[in-house]
Ligand binder design. Structure first.
Ligand code: NDP
Length: 233
């Protein structure tokens, strides 16, 4: 499969890139700057050569995504899957009285509108009628009944991402493209922190098992976890 992964330079995106290459896929790694590739990305390029391509992709910028889409078309022709992974976690501990509204706006710009922009401009690279996947990396924080008095920007942006995924799923259901909003678990990354119990490799393997049809998914809704189990809305 030709797979576009946003936010690939570090964290879960980096593990998805590595595991995808190990499993024989061609990975188009969306990074914010090709001039600032992580050590891991440079090593993967040395190891996997032409199976790994980098595109500059800033998810808040429509023109950046349009340029990325035309570069992807020129380099690999088409996509079988898009993994919308890039996200930010802002204003987590703030109560409503002290909330910076810029954090709310920026969270929606990256976490919700980012995947919408990417799908808008990269969907034409996918072949309708052929099997394909759009995976929007979500979070259990987006579950509505979730007893937290804070975390407004992130939670709300992920709830909206789940809604986008559900709508998109309906739009694409007769066209072969399956759409999931996937909770990756609480995992060790810059965002998840050192005390997170989960290993991003397990998450990445779970996501590829879903995409390679190695797990049966019985969920009626798009929001599932990385093992393919339904998540509460
Ligand atoms: P990290 O903070 O470790 O990495 C985030 C990645 O997103 C980086 O590569 C970063 O790029 C990229 N990114 C951020 N903003 C933008 C932008 N505007 N345009 C393009 N790329 C951007 O996060 P994780 O790897 O932990 O998170 C991956 C996904 O998993 C996210 O969707 C997150 O919400 C979700 N998630 C994570 C959990 C966890 O425990 N870690 C729990 C639940 C969900 P750069 O390196 O250039 O900054």
């Amino acid at each position: 499969m030709n797979i576009l992964i946003t936010g690939a330079n570090r964290g879960l995106g980096c593990h998805l890139t590595q595991l995808g290459l190990q499993r024989g896929h061609v990975i188009i790694a969306g990074v914010r700057s090709k001039a600032a590739l992580s050590v891991e990305m440079k090593q993967l390029k040395e190891q996997y050569g032409e199976s790994l391509h980098f595109v500059e992709l800033e998810v808040t910028s429509e023109s950046s995504i349009i340029n990325a889409a035309s570069e992807i078309k020129a380099v690999v022709g088409m996509l079988n899957a898009i993994i919308n992974n890039a996200a930010v976690l802002l204003g987590k501990e703030k109560f409503i009285e002290e909330l910076d509204m810029d954090d709310v706006l920026q969270s929606f710009e990256v976490n919700t509108f980012g995947p919408m922009r990417v799908v808008k401009h990269c969907l034409p690279l996918m072949r309708m009628g052929e099997a394909g996947f759009i995976i929007n990396i979500s979070s259990e924080a987006g579950t509505i009944v979730n007893a937290f008095p804070t975390n407004y920007p992130y939670s709300m942006s992920k709830t909206a991402l789940n809604m986008f995924s559900e709508r998109l799923k309906e739009h694409l259901k007769d066209k072969g493209i399956r759409v999931y909003a996937v909770h990756p678990g609480w995992i060790k990354t810059d965002m998840g922190g050192e005390s997170a119990p989960g290993n991003p490799d397990d998450t990445a393997n779970g996501i590829y098992d879903i995409m390679e049809a190695k797990v049966n998914i019985y969920s009626k809704i798009a929001f599932i976890n990385f093992l393919g189990k339904p998540m509460p809305l």
